[in-house]
Design a protein around this ligand. Sequence first.
Ligand SMILES: O=C(O)c1ccccc1NCC(=O)[C@H](O)[C@H](O)COP(=O)(O)O
Length: 219
Amino acid sequence: MSRILIKICGLSTPETMEAAVDAGADMVGLVFFPKSPRHVSLSDACRLADIARGRSQIVALSVDMDLPSLQRINELVRPDLFQFHGQETPEACAAARVMLRTRIIKAIGVREAADLDAALPYVTVSEHILFDAKPPKDSDVPGGHGVAYDWSLLKALDLPRPFMLSGGLDPANVATAIATSGARAVDVSSGVERAKGVKDSELIRAFVAAVRSAEDVKE
Ligand SMILES: O=C(O)c1ccccc1NCC(=O)[C@H](O)[C@H](O)COP(=O)(O)O
């Protein structure tokens, strides 16, 4: 099986950022959403990004953020990609991509098969489509809940390029998730935490190792 892209999201300390980069994460995510337990200030984000720069791709995650705020993150943190995790329209993604001269990951919430159709308008205005679990109905934070969905829904998808998978992944289930969904890229947050918002370096290493082992399995 060819190499699977790994993103570790919601890193907020130098130690766990170093652990993710050192373990071989392809992408590391910084969350800019004050309601999130993983939210980082701009100054902390700059320090964390400097640990990863040139070693892993830096992803700035935002939720329906206005363009001036995105521009400020772009100038100060200098991420390689932005992840849009709210209700951003295809037009807003296209505009941000041009204005910020960046690459975009657009998250699409999934609970049932019909939710997958929402991805189509974003294929031409983003570099990656991330199929994540829809948040619990009473939550005002749209991601990072460690909730899984039926990953097999993705198996029959006919998109022009590979997609990313997230939602309830952890070191113990990620190999099954890859086999069940056909994903070539995976994204994790809660599954490498010892408490809500608190990343664990050992779990990060275990997650990366589990994905790399899954790559060795013959298709
Ligand atoms: O992590 C957050 O707190 C968060 C806040 C607002 C929007 C998205 C957020 N997280 C997204 C992710 O970390 C991942 O892309 C994905 O949802 C994985 O989450 P998990 O199921 O916890 O592994």
